[in-house]
Structures are given as C-alpha cells and as structure tokens.
Design a protein around this ligand. Structure first.
Ligand SMILES: Cc1ncc(COP(=O)(O)O)c(C=O)c1O
Length: 395
C-alpha cells in the first residue's frame, strides 16, 4: 500500500483504539426511527407548506442556482428570503449563504481588521473556530460563558479593535450564553459582539427570532448575528444579519459568499415558507419547551447526569467515548436515534449523548424514546462491552 494510505490507516486504527471511529449510515426516506438526533426542532423539514413551496420553485427555477450570487445565482427568491430574515431578526439587512458554516467563516473574517483581537468562547462551534483561524487575527479563547474573562481580555487590549465571538444556545449542552452581559462588556470596551444563533433561531425569543432578540439586542449597531437555515427552519443554508454597511462589505469581500454557488432556489423557497411558519409557531415552541422539561425530569429521575438546557438541546453525560457509542447503538437498535458526541466534537473531554428535541415527533413516540434512552444507559456502564462504530455525530 502507498505510504500515505498506510499512514491514514494507522490514524484510523488509533482512533478506533480510542473509541473514536466515525461511520456513515444511510437513512431511508421511510426510516421509522424516532428522531432525537436531528435538528428539525419545529418539525418543518417535511411540513406540507414547506415542501410545496420548494416543489413549486423547483419546477420554475430548476435544480440549482446555476452560479454564485454575484453572477447568476441571486434569484428574486434569495432576495425575498433576505428581506424576510432581516424583518424577523429586527436587523438592517441579512445575507444568505449556502451553509451556516460558510456564513460563520465570512462573518468572523469580515469583522477582522488589522490588529483585531478575537475573544472566542471555549465551547464555540467548529465553524466559529475556523473563522477565527482563517481571519489570522490574534484569538484568545476564554473559559465557557465567563463574562469576567471576556472583560479581562478586552481590558488587556486597550485601543485595539476587538470582537467577542459566541454562540447563543451552545450546540453541545444547550445552555444559553449570557448575551446581555457580554454585550454590555463589549460595548464598554468599544468591541463588537458576534453571535451564532444556530440553535436558537425559531426556538427562543419573541416569535422565535432567536437568542439575540431574546436578549433585547435585535438591531444593535454593534452586534452581528449568524445562523443556519438547517435546524428549526428545516432547510439548508446560512445567514449573516446586521448593519447594512457590514452586509455590503460581505457582498463585496466575503470569500465564502463570492466564490460559492448560491443555495438552490427550491431550498430558499422552502425556507421562506418555514420562516413564516416559525414566526407563527408559538404553539410549537410551547410544546417543545414542555418536551424539553419532561426529558430533563425523566432522565434526571433515572439518575442520569443531564444538562440544564435553555432551548431544545439536551445532553446526557456518558462515562467515556466507547460507552457513549455503545449507548447510542443500543438506543438505535431499539428504534431511537440519538446524537453521540465524543472528543474532538466536544468542547471538553466529556463524551455525551445529545438529544435534540423536536416538536414534530409524535408525542407518544417521544415519551417512549425517553424510556429507551434510560433503559439503554446500562450498556454504557463501565465494564460492559462497547461496539466500535455506529455513531450519529455532527453539530
Ligand atoms: C452552532 C452551529 N453553528 C454553525 C453550524 C453550521 O451550520 P450548517 O450546518 O448550515 O453549515 C452548526 C451546525 O450545523 C452549528 O451547530
């Protein structure tokens, strides 16, 4: 075997020995598994109004956008979605990207000038971390949700441009960042605040407008919001939202905007329908909150170590990576898909199951799935045999 392939094999063996193998498994359209692993928080991915809007656009515009936004890819649907998102989030302007990952890369890079200091929460998503990396700015990683550490970092860099980078609802444990406090500290030091609202959009805030709106910061001139359109909105794509000047800057200089084919019009049309439903979705959000509370109660009563979630992400600590894998596999065998998060997808060394709660899952199935998670916990006990693969991981 060629040397480089043998080196890759050795890497795979090391990951397997550490219980960190990752494998793909195809999901059938009629998959009957109860989904506590996906991010379709409001059940909109297959909502008839969403799929009908997408189908209509598909037949009118064709499959792809046929080009980047600045060439041929900017359909009237893209612009209408941006207006809808700006209105919902209470900002000047919004700019749609083909993924949340690319939106984050552009946002962090776009906020960086020479000598900028980036102050980044230790639990931030990989896309924010990579945004810091490609910006080539000095990046200080502060302990999770530690406002005093952020204040100290900013105080130690007087006169320098600075950006505080955080998620609103953190993707692994589902906790909410202290956004109002972070904003106050940032403002006191003349710094900007960049918030990734991926897990909050549609789920928290007035009319589901997300964590920034919930913190009373919608439209603040020193705040930039990013989000994915793939979670509560059930589609695909990403958005950067904020002052019009910043959006113009991204249109003219954002590499992941300029050099990327625009998201497909059918997806954009489906997401527009999902935005309408999400804005109108207080009943769905109430059901979601009720289910999250039930999950925390039921798992906690069974003696499991459960996070205190503020949105729809619930994490349950596993004894280690192999135990987490075994636990998730046992759930899967009993018809329940759960997320399995192990290093390096976790911000600390802890492995967890991550349950993402969806209002669209049948209520009785959801309650049964919680029982399955509890009953399968035994396989993760130290000493039980753990399979080496089969995980659901990601974001
Ligand atoms: C917090 C957070 N930010 C950004 C992303 C990336 O979004 P996308 O999947 O649209 O690239 C994810 C995951 O999908 C996420 O969880």
């Amino acid at each position: 075997m060629a040397d480089w392939l043998a080196a890759l094999d050795r890497g795979a063996e090391q990951r397997a020995a550490a219980g960190l193998t990752r494998t793909l498994r195809p999901r059938a359209a009629d998959d009957a598994v109860v989904d506590l692993a996906g991010n379709d928080y409001l059940g909109l991915a297959a909502h008839p109004e969403v799929t009908a809007a997408a189908a209509t656009a598909l037949s009118r515009y064709g499959l792809g956008a046929t080009g980047s936004r600045l060439v041929r890819g900017s359909t009237d649907l893209h612009h209408a979605l941006e207006d809808d998102l700006a209105d919902w989030l209470g900002v000047d302007r919004a700019l749609v990207f083909s993924s949340g990952y690319l939106a984050n890369l552009a946002a962090v890079r776009g906020l960086t000038q020479p000598r900028t200091l980036l102050v980044s929460d230790a639990h931030n998503h990989a896309s924010l971390i990579d945004g810091c990396r490609i910006s080539r700015a000095e990046t200080l990683v502060t302990p999770h949700a530690d406002v005093a550490a952020v204040a100290a970092a900013l105080a130690a860099a007087p006169g320098r441009p600075a950006v505080v980078v955080t998620e609103s609802v953190f993707s692994v444990d589902g906790d909410v960042a202290p956004l109002a406090e972070l904003h106050a500290v940032a403002r006191r030091h003349g710094a900007l605040l960049l918030v990734d609202d991926a897990h909050a959009l549609g789920v928290t805030g007035p009319a589901g407008a997300g964590g920034v709106a919930a913190a009373g910061l919608a439209g603040a001139p020193d705040v930039v919001v990013t989000a994915t359109l793939s979670k509560a909105l059930g589609g695909a794509g990403g958005v950067v939202a904020g002052p019009a000047e910043f959006i113009r800057h991204l249109v003219e200089t954002g590499r992941t905007f300029i050099f990327d084919t625009a998201p497909p019009p059918a997806v954009v049309a489906g997401v527009r329908a999902a935005v309408r439903l999400a804005r109108d979705g207080d009943a769905l959000r109430a059901e979601l909150a009720d289910r999250v509370a039930l999950a925390v109660r039921r798992l906690g009563a069974a003696g499991l170590s459960v996070s205190a979630p503020d949105a729809a992400v619930v994490s349950v600590t596993a004894p280690g990576p192999e135990a987490a894998t075994a636990w998730a596999a046992a759930c899967r065998d009993r018809g329940v898909a759960v997320g399995c998060f192990r290093p390096p997808s976790t911000p600390d060394s802890r492995s967890r199951l991550r349950l993402t709660i969806g209002a669209g899952v049948d209520r009785a199935d959801f309650e049964r799935a919680l029982d399955v998670v509890v009953e399968c916990a035994a396989v993760s006990a130290p000493g039980s045999r753990a399979p080496q693969s089969r995980t659901e991981e990601g974001s």
